[in-house]
Design a binder for this molecule. Structure first.
Ligand code: NI
Ligand code: MN
Length: 226
């Protein structure tokens, strides 16, 4: 599986020959550099919640690529009103099968609204099980006991956690979350985008190493193999 980070909480995972784009936020994302949004590929787009730093460019990219957009039912309804016919509504606990594998929406403790303040359903993470491997995208979330359910469904190859604190888990809680989901390879997101979520990345890596886990922090634009 190939993981490409774009900055903040925007990244792509290539699995089974399909490009899955997560939480597209390019326009106004201070970490995005030299990315031609017209060239971003997507067979699927998964949205964890409605906040602008996760959905800012979804309509434009979905229209251009024709990607299937998987999101909370309330977000899918909004997408359909914006002309995105291939919006796929989901909700917590309801797995869906796609041509690359299965995705299970799971709880995330956060909030979810559109930029105008209107209701965007519940925030969520996703557990993916595929022939190429399994992974968990936490979305914006606090540490939650529900993470302890995830090993019931998947032995994870890697997990993607927010680590910037203030709005989401910080590094300390992300280490606990890695224990909860029984995964030793974590990709960090949602940090250093703005001063309010600035972290010491060397200390973060050391904190994970002290727990005998690996924290991967690909640079914006970097692709890593997982
Ligand atoms: Ni958020
Ligand atoms: Mn966010």
């Amino acid at each position: 599986m190939k993981f490409t980070f774009y900055g903040h909480a925007t990244f792509s995972i290539e699995v089974g020959g399909k490009q899955i784009l997560f939480d597209p936020f390019f326009t106004g994302n201070p970490l995005v550099k030299d990315v031609d949004i017209e060239k971003i590929k997507a067979d699927y787009i998964f949205l964890t919640h409605g906040h602008g730093d996760h959905t800012g460019d979804v309509v434009a990219i979905a229209k251009r690529t024709g990607a299937v957009v998987v999101a909370a039912a309330e977000i899918a309804t909004w997408l359909k009103s914006m002309g995105i016919e291939k919006a796929h509504p989901v909700n917590h606990g309801g797995p869906s099968t796609f041509d690359f594998g299965k995705a299970r929406p799971v709880n995330a403790i956060h909030s979810s609204s559109f930029s105008d303040g209107s209701y965007a359903g519940n925030p969520m993470g996703f557990v993916f099980t595929t022939p190429q491997g399994n992974f968990y995208i936490a979305g914006d979330t606090a540490l939650t006991m529900d993470m302890q359910l995830i090993p019931l469904w998947a032995k994870l190859n890697f997990a993607v956690f927010p680590i910037g604190g203030n709005y989401t888990m910080d590094v300390e809680d992300a280490v606990h979350a890695a224990d909860f989901v029984k995964c030793d390879t974590i990709v960090g997101t949602h940090y250093n985008t703005w001063p309010i979520i600035q972290i010491d990345t060397e200390k973060a890596k050391a904190d994970f190493a002290a727990a005998r886990k690996k924290l991967l922090l690909p640079a914006p634009g970097e692709t890593i193999e997982l």
